[in-house]
Design a protein around this ligand. Structure first.
Ligand SMILES: C[S@@+](CC[C@H](N)C(=O)[O-])C[C@H]1O[C@@H](n2cnc3c(N)ncnc32)[C@H](O)[C@@H]1O
Length: 296
């Protein structure tokens, strides 16, 4: 693609998609294929809405603007950074979040469950204190506060840098008064008791860590690496979390592709697998009672 080449929005996207494919970049940080990734970058660079390609597809693009698009796609390919680190923005369930290299690009499937009401069955009048443990850029805490307007939310992370990014998102969504940021190693500075705990922890096993594409290595390692079987953080969490949960509390935990490792590590634990767009084995729900029974 050259600055003199494609002259419409759609032509720039198609040329960009081809370039991304030929360069072998990896997806999975908000898009799943080259066309969607190119569309995101082109529309963002041109200052056009990201969700209405049909309306602008045939719009002509001036040579100077096309050159800016070319430069952005070249940066995506050369740096191998996820698009969200270049645009400084990621979308989750229609909500925009600030993000930069200090925090992982938000893509948790727990976001879907909050918005579609899947976990409401376990909640009620008693649900007043919510914890987003391992909050990263704060996206799940923000979505929880938006979904449940009457709850108070704590958002905890070990990374000071991630908490700085989360602070930007709290302010962006005017939720500073309802969400408290905590620097906490696991549950250590978040005693609760909580009625609902959301957690998308580091869970990538060592073999998978060693095979990660460059886009994932651009993210903080602390956000991904979960030890030999991916369960290091979860083992500690299960030891510490029951005493931080109220009687009817539930924990919603994302474990990615690690179900086999999870079941090998906690064979007696009774959990509910929650269906998301990624399938039925990426996110689970466990009650305080089940944790007491299944781990003792
Ligand atoms: C997979 S990311 C999830 C971020 C965010 N919740 C999301 O879904 O986009 C995991 C997060 O856990 C944090 N983390 C890693 N070890 C931790 C620990 N021991 N205690 C608290 N947070 C930790 C990382 O800094 C990172 O922000």
């Amino acid at each position: 693609m050259s600055a003199q080449g494609p002259s419409t929005v759609l032509a720039l996207i198609e040329a960009g998609a081809q370039q991304l494919t030929e360069a072998g970049v990896a997806f999975g940080h908000g898009t799943a294929n080259a066309f969607d990734e190119a569309a995101w970058l082109v529309l963002w660079r041109l200052g056009l809405p990201l969700d209405d390609l049909d309306t602008v597809a045939n719009r002509p693009v001036a040579a100077a603007d096309a050159a800016k698009v070319v430069a952005l796609l070249s940066e995506r390919i050369a740096s191998r950074k996820p698009a969200a680190y270049l645009t400084k923005e990621a979308w989750l369930q229609g909500v925009a979040f600030y993000v930069d290299e200090r925090a992982i690009v938000p893509r948790s499937f727990i976001a879907e469950l909050l918005v579609d009401g899947s976990i409401d069955y376990w909640l009620g009048e008693h649900t007043q204190r919510v914890l987003d443990l391992c909050t990263g850029n704060g996206s799940l805490a923000v979505l929880a506060a938006m979904t449940y307007p009457d709850v108070r939310v704590d958002a905890a992370d070990l990374s000071t840098e991630a908490l700085q990014v989360a602070a930007i998102n709290l302010t962006r969504h005017q939720l500073d008064a309802r969400i408290t940021l905590l620097k906490s190693d696991g549950m250590s500075a978040a005693p609760g008791p909580y009625d609902l705990i959301l957690c998308n922890p580091p869970y990538v096993n060592s073999a998978s860590m060693n095979a990660l594409p460059a886009e994932y290595r651009a993210e903080p390692e602390l956000a991904l690496a979960g030890g030999a079987d991916g369960m290091d953080f979860v083992r500690r969490l299960f030891r510490d979390v029951p005493s931080c949960m109220s009687t009817s509390a539930v924990l919603v935990l994302e474990i990615g592709n690690e179900r086999a490792h999870f079941e090998a590590a906690f064979p007696q634990l009774e959990v509910v697998w929650l269906e998301t767009s990624a399938g039925e084995d990426q996110v689970l729900l466990v009650t305080r009672d089940a944790l007491h029974k299944g781990l003792n």
